[in-house]
Design a protein around this ligand. Structure first.
Ligand SMILES: [Zn+2]
Length: 416
């Protein structure tokens, strides 16, 4: 199974927007842009919403059928480990093997020595095509990379082998993710990580490193843009070199777990992938849920009531909601409007303050981050929330589709 050049990971917490999301991908097609839709949902999201991996599969299949989509599409078991993988296996055909938790755990000495020996030909000056600087590689550096990452890579391989046994090697796409960790991986580390993945025969098609800077949920990138750009370009160059050097799949590309809406990175990323003529997988998840809220607010009536209620409860339950996301949010509570004020807003005001439009002075990133992690509140509303999604389907879908196309696909992949 081969993942196309450009692909987008679509998260849909409540499973109602598959058609609207696919509609964005179809709109891209009309301007000659082929993007592969990949529906992703993690174990954490399934647990909070009380859904199962089979629901995501059913949603994707239904959307594809409804819109007569006859191009490839995938369902991604997002961030899986051996502990939680079972229910994903029969219904997914894309697996994000998350081994971030194993970074820093030491592999056994024989494995580390083998890794050092296999890579000893790179000791000295390593130059990678399209990267100006050369890297000084020592035996100690290779060993320290092995000590830091080899165990995690072995764990990825354990998951991969399990999948091969269960599904057969050609029936799924393999991604390896190391993004949910504190320290970014350097391009040199990425190079040797790819060497080790290849040495184990893993046909990895996407890799998700941790990048420099902060990727807070639902809001824009915070960090040094120049540094990010340099790092991203070097990662792309490393991947292209590694494909040839280690005989990895020729479509191997970066996967950016964006935490939604890293708009200021879209121009540097687009420039880099066009310059290197390479692909990209961009994962978004929560952005669609926020468009649901925007759509409900704009619909007025019960929709607006729900949008206000979600906010009120999210404020009251801040500590509980923020806990699982502590490392990926930066919120100033003083910048949040009071729920009483929000009750006085009409739908248009609510939408303007929530919508990720940085040119609008009313947009409030603190409000947005809080609601981003507030989906648990909507999940607990159960039928009240789901019925509203159905009742106001049209306005919600319009916002979901527009957001994916105008704010994500277009700036990221279409030449301007
Ligand atoms: Zn991730």
């Amino acid at each position: 199974m081969v993942l196309g050049k450009y692909s987008i990971g679509l998260g849909d917490r409540f499973g109602h927007q598959g058609v609207a999301q696919l509609c964005a991908v179809k709109r891209a097609q009309t301007v000659g842009l082929d993007v592969v839709p990949v529906w992703n949902k993690s174990y954490r999201e399934h647990t909070i919403i009380h859904t199962r991996p089979a629901d995501t599969r059913a949603e994707a299949d239904a959307a594809v059928k409804a819109l007569d989509w006859d191009e490839p599409y995938f369902v991604d078991a997002d961030h899986v480990s051996l502990k939680i993988i079972e229910p994903f296996i029969p219904v997914c055909d894309f697996f994000t093997l998350d081994v971030a938790d194993y970074i820093g755990k030491k592999a056994d000495e024989t494995a580390i020595q083998t890794f050092v020996t296999q890579n000893s030909k790179y000791i000295g000056r390593l130059s990678i095509p399209s990267i100006e600087q050369t890297f000084h590689i020592t035996k100690d550096l290779i060993r320290s990379i092995g000590e830091k990452y080899l165990y995690a890579i072995e764990e990825a391989n354990r998951i991969y082998q399990h999948l091969v046994e269960q599904k057969g090697a050609d029936n799924f796409v393999t991604e390896v993710s190391m993004d949910e960790t504190d320290e970014p991986q350097t391009p040199v580390e990425l190079f040797f990580i790819l060497a080790a993945l290849s040495a184990r025969g893993m046909p990895v098609q996407t890799i998700a490193p941790k990048f420099t800077g902060r990727f807070n949920k639902g809001v824009d990138y915070i960090g040094d843009l120049e540094k990010f750009t340099r790092e991203f370009e070097q990662d792309v160059a490393v991947i292209q070199f590694a494909i040839r050097e280690f005989s990895l799949p020729t479509n191997l590309k970066l996967s950016v777990h964006s935490g939604s809406d890293k708009f200021s990175l879209y121009t540097p990323m687009r420039t880099a992938i066009q310059k290197f003529e390479t692909g990209l997988h961009i994962k978004t998840a929560g952005t669609t849920w926020l468009e649901e809220l925007i759509g409900l607010a704009l619909a007025g009536g019960e929709g607006l009531d729900i949008a206000r209620d979600v906010y009120r409860q999210a404020v009251n339950r801040y500590d509980e909601l923020a806990k699982p996301y502590a490392s990926v949010i930066d919120m100033d509570m003083r910048a949040l409007p009071s729920p009483v004020d929000v009750d006085g807003w009409d739908g248009r005001q609510y939408a303007e303050i929530l919508r990720h439009d940085q040119t609008n002075k009313k947009y409030n990133p603190h409000f947005r981050q809080l609601l981003h992690i507030g989906y648990k509140v909507a999940a607990e509303m159960g039928d009240r929330y789901l019925n509203a999604l159905e009742r106001y389907e049209q306005v919600v879908a319009e916002n979901v589709c527009n957001n994916i196309y105008e704010r994500h696909l277009k700036p990221l992949f279409v030449t301007t």
